[in-house]
Design a protein around this ligand. Sequence first.
Ligand code: ADP
Length: 956
Amino acid sequence: MRGKLWLGFLMVIVLLWVICIYAVLSSMSVREVFVKLGHYVVPSAITMIEMRTELNELREETLAYILRGNVVSEGKTSRERLEELYGELRGFAEEHLEHEIVVGPKARAEAEKLATLSQKIILTSAEITKLKDQGAGVDELLEKMDQDFRPAFVPLRGLVGELIAEHREKLSAAETLVHDKHDTSIRIILIVGILTTLIALVVASFVDRFFVRYITKRKRAEEVLREREARYRTLVENIPQKIFLKDRDSTYISCNENYARDLKIESHEIVGKDDYEFYPKQLAEKYRGDDKRIMESGRTEDLEEQYIQDGEKRWVHTLKTPVKDEDGNITGILGIFRDITERKKAEEEIKQRADEWQRTFHSIADLVFIQDKDLRFIRVNKGATEALKAKPEDLIGKTCYEVLHKRDKPWSNCPMAKAFKDGKTHTEEIDDPNIGIPLLVSASPIFDEKGKIIGGVHVAKDITERKKIEEALKKQTHDLGERVKELHCLYGISELVESKGIFLEEILQGTADLIPPSWEYPEVTCARIILDAQTFKTKNFKETAWKQTSDITVRGKKIGSVEVFYLEEKPNTDEGPFLKDERSLIDDIAQQLGRVIDRRDAERELIIKEEAIASSVNAIALADLEGNLTYVNRSFLDMWGYVNDREVLGKPIAGFWEKREKVLETLKALAREKNWMGELVARRKNGSTFDVQLLANIVENEAGKAICIMASVVDITERKKIEQMKSDFVSLASHELRTPLTSIVGYVDLILDGDTGEINKEQREFLEIISRNTQRFEALINDVLDIEKIESGRIQLKQEKVNLIEIVETSAYTFKIMAETKGLKLEKEIKTPELEILGDPDRLSQVFSNLLSNAIKYTKEGEVKVLAQNKGRFASVIVEDTGLGMTRDELRSVFTRFFRSEDSYVRETTGTGLGLSIAKATIERHNGEIKVESKLGVGSKFEVILPLLEEQKKGG
Ligand code: ADP
């Protein structure tokens, strides 16, 4: 090292010498000399020498030109050569002036002289040339040369000679000067060089000494540094962290073995590589981005990063710090990182567990609280917040007793307080109205590692449902008990009822005795059953204010009551102190009694009916559906002349009549119509016959199924006789009455007409009364005859195709005037042009006339309306009025013979009270029906319904 140092110094010295020499040589004086010498002195001397040479050549050339003419030599004519020489001559003169610096001030005069002489020579040569051109002879030209050219040429050559001498002198003077200067320079160089060398040596030795010391020190420092570096290397290589160093471009400069191992390379191989070579593009970009950011900000960053290596998720913790040089410029980046995957995994696992715990904690449906030693909530689960309708922040930090029990000190039975005391789990059912829900609380202490209690976990279960179920169960059990009691009671009553030969009185008393045990408080219960005037009571019976009763009804009619009394006051429930179920029980008992009584009544009735049938004067018989007798009563046996029913039972009914065929026909009609009424001729045991009226019908059970035939027979032999007599009498009487009546009417009319002479006013009045009454009487007789004929069937109705509309129209037309006279409106509404039926037109006309006449008669004001229409299979004719109307009672009797309303207006109106009876009988004979609706003071509506012809045909 020192050798090198000295070599360095030597070189420095040499350099200094060179500098010295250069400095001296380049000093001003030396340079000047050289310049003058080189640039001015030498050239000016040369110029002058050249000028002399040129002058001589000019003279020679001029002479040659004169003598030889303008010849060509070396590519130029003599003349051209001369002109060239003249030009140069002029140039020398000018050049001399430039050498003023060498020549000094006289150079100007010399230059002018040179120029003048040169000018003269040039002019002379021009003249000579001119003369030559004019053809002058050589002599003349030579003469000219002598005269003009020579006088200029000689002085010029002299001057040039002088100048050459002068220049030579100047040159030698300069050379001397240079020589002198040169010596001085060498001296200076030597002196300066030696001095410099000496100084350099002094400096070198000083430096050497200092350097030796410095080197030693540095060596030591280097050693320390090396040691340190080794140690640092060892440290860097051995620490678990991975270390790398990158330059400003994020290119790796170095890394430790640990890092290299991770990258699966040798540590030295990292130099010059970048992250793209080791990491996926995205990650490499991120790393480089981080580097850039850190280098830009100059701040160390602490990064936790995740990446995927070999398909596995890994975590690294990286500390990246910018590296700076001495000037504080950032030159790269140092990264220290370590794989924290395991730690992260552990953390994640802890987090996951915590999450799981948290989730579990919140998914517990029960109310879970974690409390500290002071019973303050530390944690509450969702179950708790939801059940208490509170937010976690409303609960956390507060004590259970203030939040839940709304107290200022722990609850006396607090299971948590107990758990804190003995370190055990305590369970308690808590039904504090302040909480609002019944809870089953279990409180367990929480211990720290040393076994010290640090808090507790409090799990509360909402047992509202359980409580409800318990309650319901309790209630059900109770209800069941009550039911059993009720059933016992009802069963007891049934048993009583079923007992053979028991009297109703015994049943009622027994029932009263069965009641008390079925009520909720049997010991204070008494009962009473009232039926008509009879009462049946329990022994302890006493009337009190706590009473429950139910009516005994038979077919909707109250016949008695069942009463239950409590002998002392009991808490109120559903119906006073009585339960809902007791209400149904008492109702059930009353109903059952109702049924029992009804059945007993029915039984009694049945016996009576049986008796009545048996003893009926009508012959009554039952037959099965095949027509064989199953029952006959006494009268039947009597009528037919049998002694014992065994003689007739099981025999076909057809055998008991005169005409077998007629009976079979009747049976057919019965099967079709379900009932049949008519007259038949019966045959007695002894073969004699008698007239009977038979009423037969098919008996159906409740489901509507035919079960047997019942026949009731009345012996009408007597009635037939009387009817015949009556009919004969009526015919006779009416005939006998009508004949004199005709003559009375005829003669009265004659007298009234004045055919028998004048009659006075009084006579007229009387006669008119006679006439009116006779007419009424006649009408009455006619009506009586009619009805008699119709009812007895003696009248033969015509069976014609009739259009009912025509009859209605005609009748309406007939009564139009009557209506108008009375100021009534008669309206018709014919809904169909044809209503064809089978019947007697005159009789039907009589019916409608009667209905219309009644409507007009019994209507004071308003209108009468006739409506004819088709109603399915029937023809319907309605006669409606806005007249007097009828009461309900009147309506019931309206079709009864001779019925007339009590109303004075009706009484004032003529009428027999037979019209509607005739109408009804007529319509019924036509297989029709007549209906009436009426309201007193509003009006009446009569409707006639008759089967249409088409229907009759179908029905056969
Ligand atoms: P009469 O000859 O009296 O009209 P009817 O048999 O025709 O006999 O009628 C019997 C009674 O029915 C009448 O007297 C009257 O009281 C009552 N009656 C009949 N038709 C009407 C009617 N359209 N409005 C009110 N009453 C009526």
